[in-house]
Design a binder for this molecule. Structure first.
Ligand code: EPU
Length: 339
């Protein structure tokens, strides 16, 4: 357990915002987590639990204690002829874990290649891309409960997964920390999801058949062509959620705006593409000072360099107000605002 005072959080958030943590502690093992929970400057003074920092906007310096999830490790815990159960520590890189599974020819995570962040945060918002969600390959996770100071194992039903949603954003918010996630991956008869148009096109133009490996490669190529690399241009992926609206409202809207992309949901609502709304409100690729919505994907808020949290948030609110004015739709941030 390593402690720092007045530490810059710039290396630990993908917007690259230089906010300061009054105290920063690096938790490097599960034993550190248990010790941290009892330490006088630890959990009792915690204001922020920091994972990969790929889904948060730091709007101010962080007082008290910031704890960084930094324990790692991957273990095959069970195996049959058809499946393998891979337990991954919360501090492992998500993408490296996906590539590790792809290189072993295990199926399940390939569509989720190149999503930034760490494994422990993935269940919190049930990360998803290209027609697949974490929940599809999820077996269970281990959760350290701060109040009871004990570890409990949770299955998918306990986690209450939804669209970018889980129990960790609701009843269990701030109540503990995910220690590890176990995935159930296929060794054969892989369920390959290629229905997302761009994947099929990418496979066809490369002249390759769908496989765990080729889908992972295609997703990486698609993401690299549309989404900015946080190491080059600070961002946190989609800044807003795609809003799910009542079908009637969408029908009325689509009469006025025939190009509006729509995705009917199982519950009868229709999700509309927030990126399209932002583009058609005129914000795509438009830079305001150090910030703007990305030129290839209008849903991605970017820091062109040196932007502060409040500057980024101001711009997000500007875009939000403009979309509301033009379409009557209130966009909600997908990213967590801190401070
Ligand atoms: N679109 C535009 N203009 C834009 C961006 C998008 O018209 O600037 C249109 C596209 O043409 C398409 C539709 O909007 O018809 C959807 O766009 P895209 O396929 O790029 O996906 P998205 O809905 O904008 C979601 C996820 C992404 C994920 C992609 C691919 C959310 C909030 N975002 O974006 O996730 O990678 O689908 O599956 O659901 C993230 O969560 O950080 C993230 C990047």
């Amino acid at each position: 357990m390593i402690w720092e005072s007045n530490a810059s959080l710039a290396p630990y958030n993908t917007f690259g915002i230089d906010a300061k943590a009054e105290r920063l502690v690096h938790l490097e093992s599960e034993a550190d987590v248990a010790a941290y929970a009892l330490h006088p400057d630890g959990l009792a003074k915690q204001t922020l639990l920091l994972s990969g920092g790929s889904n948060m906007l730091l709007c101010a310096d962080v007082p008290g204690t910031t704890a960084r999830i930094a324990w790692t490790g991957r273990t095959v815990v069970r195996e049959t002829e058809d499946h393998v159960w891979l337990e991954v520590a919360a501090g492992e890189s998500w993408h490296e874990t996906v590539r590790f599974s792809v290189q072993a020819h295990w199926g399940g995570l390939q569509n989720l290649s190149l999503i930034p962040g760490l494994v422990g945060a993935a269940p919190v918002q049930n990360i998803g891309a290209y027609g697949v969600e974490l929940a599809d390959s999820f077996d269970s996770l281990r959760f350290f409960d701060w109040t009871r100071q004990e570890i409990r194992t949770m299955d998918a039903a306990d986690c209450g997964f939804g669209y970018r949603d889980s129990v960790f954003k609701k009843q269990l918010k701030g109540k503990g920390v995910i220690l590890s996630v176990t995935f159930r991956l296929t060794k054969r008869d892989h369920r390959l999801q290629t229905s997302y148009g761009a994947i099929q096109d990418a496979l066809a133009s490369a002249g390759v058949a769908p496989s765990v490996e080729s889908i992972s490669d295609a997703v990486m190529a698609i993401r690299q062509s549309k989404l900015p690399d946080p190491k080059v241009l600070g961002n946190s992926g989609s800044f807003f959620k795609n809003p799910a609206l009542p079908a009637q409202e969408v029908t009325a809207l689509a009469e006025l705006h025939p190009g509006l992309p729509q995705y009917p949901q199982a519950d009868g609502t229709i999700k509309v593409a927030a990126g399209w709304l932002i583009e058609h409100a005129g914000w795509k690729g438009k830079r305001v000072g150090n910030v703007g919505m990305h030129a290839q994907q209008a849903l991605v808020l970017v820091n062109y360099g040196g932007a502060s949290g409040p500057e980024l948030w101001e711009h997000a609110q500007r875009v939000q107000a403009s979309v509301f004015e033009q379409f009557g739709i209130q966009l909600e941030p997908e990213v967590n605002l801190i401070g």
